[in-house]
Design a protein around this ligand. Sequence first.
Ligand SMILES: [Zn+2]
Length: 146
Amino acid sequence: MKVLPTSRSELLKISKEEYESCTHRKCSICKEVKSVYDFGFRDRKRKNGLVPRRAECKQCRVMANRDWDKRNIEHVKKCKKKWVQENREKHNASGERWRKANPEKVLNAKTRRRYRQKYGESVPDVFIEAVCMKNKIRRKLKEMEK
Ligand SMILES: [Zn+2]
């Protein structure tokens, strides 16, 4: 078993033949020596025609990506929150549009049916708005509890 050198400068020095004769590589993250097939390829070819393998094994790469995703999700959440704070009016307007477009989601079908049966007409907009307001207050209270 022939292991690829770990340092970048040494990697650049070795010939193509030598590079291809290496069957193993040490992962830069878990420090385990693994088969070169456990390492992915870099996207770009080097000038000498070599397609260098990645410094970290596929397993570590997957883990690193997962970590990155987690951090990124937090970041996206923060950005969204900030946007809502800075564009509250716009946000409320879009909420208004959403409620108009999806009235059945504000008030479920069962409640609507019951209302129709009792009063012989469909639920008026004022009523829906009142429910929205109630939900809004409930959400606010929940936020304050945190
Ligand atoms: Zn590894």
